[in-house]
Design a protein around this ligand. Sequence first.
Ligand code: FES
Length: 228
Amino acid sequence: MENQFSWTQQWYPLSPISYLDPAEPTPVNLLGKKLVIWRDNNQNWVVMDDACPHKLALLSLGKINADGNLICRHHGWCFNNEGKCTEIPMLVGNQGEETACKSLLSQVTTYPTKVAQNLLWVWTDHSVTPFADCTAQQPATIAETELDIDAIDWYMTGICFEAPVGYTVSLESSLDPSHAQFLHEGIGSFSPEKTVPIQQFENIGETTSQGGFTLKHSGYNRKDSCLS
Ligand code: FES
């Protein structure tokens, strides 16, 4: 169907850049898919499947070598920022290594990435042309006229704890700030005693072609108004 929503042909904010250590690979799970984030020698962030094509070891357990390639911890196969196998230590210097490295079977699927508003975004499609397709869309960033982006401390709950709920429940909850003082009592500054009735709650601006929207609401915790 022509206008059917594609879950994979989208830019997803994968992680705040401040959460990432450029010297170490970072595992992350997005929409049930295990991915690894790492940075090459050109300071480009790379996102690829977190599975070595040799024996499926987690590449996030590996390390980044002096050439800026990712080494699998299990048998040392090496992968560049395009997911191409560049070295197989047990075959170094012979025809077997060249043949194995050229094989599609030794490659790791990589995904387009982009940095915007201090977040790392990923395009999770693994069709034939994701690097061309992703240029037709831009990440759904926040209008910079609304906020001082550099002043934002991004907070990613999934890194701090596992919430055993479906993403639709979680998303719906984020549009329901009136729960915070009660459900999160004792976490941070949340407390029923600090409850302030929400006076303003409205959809502002345009709804994007992908259904994105911006809600503005007044404070509920003796704070100023904020955006969701
Ligand atoms: S499983 Fe990765 S090199 Fe063997």
